[in-house]
Design a binder for this molecule. Structure first.
Ligand SMILES: NC(=O)c1ccc[n+]([C@@H]2O[C@H](COP(=O)([O-])OP(=O)(O)OC[C@H]3O[C@@H](n4cnc5c(N)ncnc54)[C@H](O)[C@@H]3O)[C@@H](O)[C@H]2O)c1
Length: 343
């Protein structure tokens, strides 16, 4: 049984990936500093899978704390690195927090991997690396534009650090450029938890549906898109999670090679505007959302959606969840979170 280290494993995408890994028979070790997640997620993962992964509350920006995990688990076979701070808008006002957290943690992780001779790394990248792309859909060969936010820049730099390190032969890696992960696990035991006013669209919609928010603020209605609101490629989080299993399997196949690196888009290939999503939520759940059109906010790009051919063909990965599935699962999760809050 291969052992996978998952950083940020109690977070949103991390926890869904841990569930997929455990169900596929992998042994899992989780690292998280719990800055944006809770230990209770471990209970929920155990409830879903019947297995409890090893857990370390570790600050990855502290090299010694991180190395301690590798000393305890020198038999780690691969690493999936989710841990990061990720609020695009906040990163515009607090850039150093983003550069410090996302880059120090990644560099410390890669130093440990090199020291302990662990080669396969899957990195959580993002469609934000494309900035405001000139052509759509974006393929992995679409030129990277200047990042629209410090957060997006940490992902661009993260990828470059990985590319140079693979070229030096120290690790093998895959960067998965996720588009917009949404929805929740079918058990409704894990899902996206946002604190304060949600910075992601779907929790903002579901919290408004719940009556927790009076109205959804739609930032910008004067973009050059069919209805003036931003266009994104929304993908069910469990589809994103499964892509990591495929990526790990691919890296195991090339484990003997020196300096293997590749990048894959992880989306559905469909672009939906914010207003499309509000209507899709109403169609899937029967609930109409109050919304207000407000000025644009910093860091947002106009439109981005993926060409996923490369991941479909080379990782043999496909999405299985539809837009109504995404909406329904997000809504069931929001209600379940109210009835049974994460402790
Ligand atoms: N959610 C999205 O829309 C989205 C889109 C594209 C890419 N991503 C990337 O996917 C990854 C996971 O995102 P998510 O939505 O699951 O976020 P999340 O906040 O739910 O999970 C990230 C986890 O990392 C932990 N963490 C952060 N900094 C840490 C540190 N220094 N040391 C240890 N733990 C730390 C947090 O406590 C949290 O549990 C991130 O790298 C993010 O940039 C997310």
């Amino acid at each position: 049984m291969s052992k996978i280290l998952v950083t940020g494993g109690t977070g949103y995408i991390g926890s869904h990936t841990v569930v997929e890994l455990l169900e596929a028979g992998y042994d899992v070790v989780i690292i998280d500093n719990l800055s944006n997640s809770s230990r209770d997620v471990l209970n929920r993962i155990e409830k879903i899978t019947g297995k409890r992964p090893a857990f370390f509350r570790t600050e990855m920006c502290n090299y010694d704390e991180l190395e301690h995990v590798f000393i305890k688990h020198p038999d780690i076979d691969a690493v999936i690195h989710f841990a990061a701070v990720l609020q695009v808008f906040e990163s515009v006002t607090e850039p150093l927090k983003y550069f410090e957290n996302n880059l120090y943690s990644q560099i410390n992780l890669m130093k440990c991997m090199r020291k302990f001779g662990i080669k396969p790394l899957v990195f959580s990248s993002s469609c934000t690396v494309y900035g405001n792309p000139e052509t759509l859909p974006v393929t992995e060969a679409t030129p990277i534009q200047k990042a629209a936010s410090p957060y997006g820049n940490t992902k661009q730099m993260g990828e470059e650090i990985i590319e140079f390190t693979t070229k030096a032969g120290h690790i093998n890696a895959i960067s998965l450029r996720y588009f917009n992960p949404v929805g929740a696990h079918k058990s409704a035991l894990i899902g996206e938890v946002q604190h304060g006013i949600p910075h992601h669209l779907i929790p903002y919609i579901t919290e408004t549906a719940l009556g927790k928010r009076e109205a959804l603020n739609i930032f910008g209605s004067d973009y050059n898109t069919p209805d003036g609101t931003c266009v994104r490629d929304y993908i069910h989080v469990s589809d994103v999670a499964r892509a990591h299993i495929k990526a790990v399997e691919r890296l195991f196949k090339v484990n003997k090679e020196q300096g293997w690196y590749d990048v894959f888009n992880i989306g559905t290939g469909e672009g939906y505007s914010v207003l499309n999503m509000v209507n899709a939520f109403a169609e899937a759940t029967g609930i109409k959302i109050n919304y207000k059109l407000v000025p644009r906010r910093g860091g947002d790009v106009e439109a981005v959606y993926a060409d996923t051919t490369k991941a479909n063909e080379q990782l043999e990965w496909e999405t299985v969840y539809t837009l109504p599935d995404m909406m329904r699962s997000a809504w069931v999760w929001e209600q379940s979170l109210k009835a049974n809050p994460i402790k």
